[in-house]
Design a protein around this ligand. Sequence first.
Ligand code: ADP
Length: 160
Amino acid sequence: MSKAIYPGSFDPVTLGHMDVIRRSAEIFDELVICVLVNVNKSALFSVDERVRILQEATKGIDNVRVESYSGLLTQYAKEKHIHVVVRGLRAVTDFEYELQNAQTNRKLSEGYLDTMFLTTSLEYAYLSSSTVKEIASFGGNVSDCVPGFVADLLAEKFRK
Ligand code: ADP
């Protein structure tokens, strides 16, 4: 059975992430989305909230599971016996960061972990979780950027 991990912060999941999730779930028999705890990023949604949001957003896709992990991705991958990571590439600006990550993970895992990239669909190329949060923080409309229920959750967060 072919399996892959799609790791990220997903704070919160956007339609760009959803595009990568849908397409990866068609390529692999099983896709595990992993919310990684990133100490360098301050998050709007807690890890548990992000997991629940992703579960809700992917409930129609049978071969997708959502988990979270605090630690090295290479460690998680070995524990799960999964040796492929999926990442999305939006533009050249993502490239350097993603290349460095992919090479680090391959080195750190002694060749166990490989990274596969999906290029984003053009209509989502401009989207990022941080842009979405910025728009929502000013009361802007993000319904074209995130699943509908996520737009509601964002509005609620920023009302508080
Ligand atoms: P991280 O903090 O690990 O970069 P993100 O949640 O921001 O996590 O992104 C997870 C992955 O999804 C990354 O590979 C990122 O490049 C990709 N991604 C983010 N936004 C989009 C998008 N609009 N289209 C395609 N891929 C995306």
